[in-house]
Design a protein around this ligand. Structure first.
Ligand code: CMC
Length: 424
């Protein structure tokens, strides 16, 4: 028997279809609500609105579950590689050895960007934030591949755009860092794997030998896996909505980079470190800062705490916290900011305000501390998030195009002036 929902409006009953997902999540289908009743639904920030049916990522915020294409994040973080996860997200299945090698070989051989793009870097102010540079460089890629401007090309052509994006994003990201230092850019080396190459382009320079540290390579690979997708978050929804206008993939991804930049989303990893440093420089009085975060008249929030969906714990934060401890032990790093982070977590988790509102450390609370230990500068943290999130954005965009989804266009309730005559 099919289940329906009944809506009673001004004495008239309306039946609404009910939809159930493969993990038992339930939704009421309101697509025809306006045409049958004259009403729309309103839900600022889409807190309770499903924008799509998706087969990419499953997330249960109450139980702290995250799965990519059905595979638990814990297993992928432990056993997989970032490129294998990218393949899984984009294509729906794990690649197996032959397809993986073919994919990895392509991604590691399309790393060069057009030489003319170097001139763009030179025109930026030296203090330009690397996220601003990255977003515009990704968008600029579309101008070098004019055929890519049609998102509905045959799958092989779209696959090539996807390979180019995955291959070139680390190059563009590392070059934005080199440019901010005023140092010469380092070209990619095909002998390196994905993360080795990124570290090489970030930290090598023409004056001395540099070999990426395997400990750093593994840590980055794991962090990228943990960030690879997170279903309909702000940046993924942005990518889908921009792409739904049939804008090309490069531009849609560029929009995702911008959405990620904000401190309430991916920019939180930079904000966390800045906050921890501020607390430390202020004498390390943690209760004072927790009280500030609770004060409704104070705009301060504890960055790295709280999540729209996770109301129990963020499974990514749990894995990252462990990685952080392991990494510090392996590298023998002693960072006072980590001590502040640990103490802050302890104070906040015992505080009634944080308990009642179910505010737990999220993925960004510890990721910045790891990046910092690896020598990655604070302004590059959100760029690291973007590198990780890229396969997620691509898979969300691809699903939206393949499903032939309509242009994203919410409605509103107008609350402005009623009609009035112009009096000059
Ligand atoms: N510090 C203090 N109070 C908080 C915090 C925080 N970090 N987060 C939420 N609250 C309070 C908030 O003031 C509100 O209180 P009230 O009900 O009295 O008005 C209540 O908790 C619910 O918060 P909300 O802002 O309505 O919840 P949301 O789902 O709209 O926002 C969030 C989620 C992540 C934007 C928010 O928790 C936040 O601003 N956190 C800090 C920024 C951060 O760490 N962002 C990274 C998120 S994880 C990475 C990613 O995937 O983007």
């Amino acid at each position: 028997m099919s289940v329906t929902a009944k809506l009673s409006l001004n004495g008239t009953d309306f039946e609404l279809p009910v939809f159930e997902g493969s993990e038992g999540e339930k939704a009421i289908d309101i697509t025809k609500l306006r045409s049958t009743t004259g009403y729309i639904t309103i839900d600022s920030g889409y807190k309770n609105t499903g924008s799509t049916k998706s087969a990419v990522t499953f997330l249960d915020g109450e139980k702290g579950i995250l799965r990519y294409r059905g595979y638990p994040i814990e297993q992928l973080a432990e056993k997989s590689t970032f490129l294998e996860v990218a393949y899984l997200l984009i294509n729906g299945e794990l690649p197996g050895k032959v397809k993986y090698e073919n994919f990895a070989e392509k991604v590691c051989h399309h790393t060069l960007v057009h030489e003319d793009m170097k001139q763009f870097y030179e025109a930026y102010p030296s203090k330009a934030h690397p996220m601003g540079v990255l977003a515009s460089m990704v968008c600029a890629l579309s101008t070098f591949y004019p055929l890519s401007q049609n998102p509905n090309r045959p799958p092989k052509a779209v696959d090539m755009t996807i390979i180019r994006l995955l291959a070139k994003l680390p190059t563009l990201a590392a070059w934005s860092y080199k440019n901010s230092l005023g140092h010469p850019i380092m070209y990619p080396k095909n002998k390196y794997n994905y993360c080795e190459n990124f570290l090489h382009m970030m930290f090598a320079n023409p004056t001395e030998e540099y070999e990426p540290d395997p400990v750093a390579v593994d840590a980055i690979d794991k962090l990228l896996i943990l960030h690879a997708d997170h279903e309909q978050n702000c940046s993924a929804s942005t990518v889908r909505i921009v792409g739904s206008s049939q804008a090309n993939l490069y531009s849609s991804i560029s929009a995702g980079v911008i959405a990620l930049w904000g401190p309430l989303h991916g920019g939180a990893n930079q904000a966390v470190i800045e906050m921890l440093e501020k607390i430390r420089n202020d004498g390390g009085n943690l209760q004072k800062w927790v009280d500030k975060a609770k004060d409704k008249d104070d705009p301060f929030r504890l960055f790295g705490f709280g999540h729209r969906v996770y109301k129990n714990f963020d499974p990514r934060a749990r894995i990252i916290k462990k990685s952080c401890d392991d990494l510090f032990e392996k590298l023998g790093v002693d960072d006072p900011v980590l001590d502040i982070a640990r103490q802050l977590e302890e104070v906040a988790l015992k505080d009634d305000y944080f308990i009642e509102k179910k505010l737990y450390p999220n993925v960004d609370f510890y990721s910045g501390i790891i990046y910092r230990a690896l020598g990655i500068p604070t302004e590059m943290f959100t760029v690291m998030f973007a590198l990780g999130r890229l396969p997620g954005w691509i898979s969300q965009w691809k699903e939206m195009i393949e499903n032939g989804e309509p242009i994203g266009r919410p409605r509103q309730i107008y609350v402005g002036e009623k009609v009035r005559d112009y009096t000059g």
